[in-house]
Write a protein that binds this ligand. Sequence first.
Ligand code: PEP
Length: 251
Amino acid sequence: MRKNIVAGNWKMNKTFSEAEELIDQIFLEMEDKSFQCEVVICTPALYLEMATDYAEEGRLKIGAQNASEHEQGAYTGEISAAMLASLDIEYCIIGHSERRKYFHETNQQLAEKTDRLLDYGVKPIFCIGEVLEEREENIHFEVVKKQLEESLFHLNKDEFSNIVLAYEPVWAIGTGKTATPGQAQEMHAFIRSQITEKYGKETADEVSILYGGSCNPKNAKELFSQTDVDGGLIGGASLKSDDFLAIANSF
Ligand code: PEP
């Protein structure tokens, strides 16, 4: 049975004390509730060590937002997979569209980042998705297929089973323009079919595919009820504990 996951992507938000306050609220609110999903928060790198204290005490899982494709060395400002592993960080977002757009990360580079994370036992939350023009040109399936092929399909079956995928149509991120449940399901089913072709049905059935893009407490239930949608990667709504946990409670 594949896992349902709701992961918050805090991006570059919150000062240290604000971050501590938010994680504290999430932690306390989670205490007396049960969830049908794994709850993950991906904090800025600077706050990961503080966040892991909460992970040790509770059911909260912690993720980073990026890692270098390099092992170690003279890469000023970068954070390595080994560093994340040394803090017992369980997840790391890779290939977010903001990193592809503003930091020009390529499918090839993202393949290398994925390899480094897997070398150190950190699970990638790997983001794929098309921009608006690509959907309008009706090439969104091709785009997503290429992202899978160029960044992930070099992995063997065992390695691939550690990947969490996040389908994030770029036109839906931070825009308030959510994909319809039908659009999400159509793409998630397509992604699963590509995984089936490459690795077989058993592997495809085990891989969690999250939806991301303006997911909120109002639309989460319908999105998560789709057969191939196994949770969400949540940006804006993850910055408020009530909204984030309402989404996590939407299964
Ligand atoms: C994201 O950045 O991964 C995201 C899904 O953002 P938002 O929920 O704000 O659209």
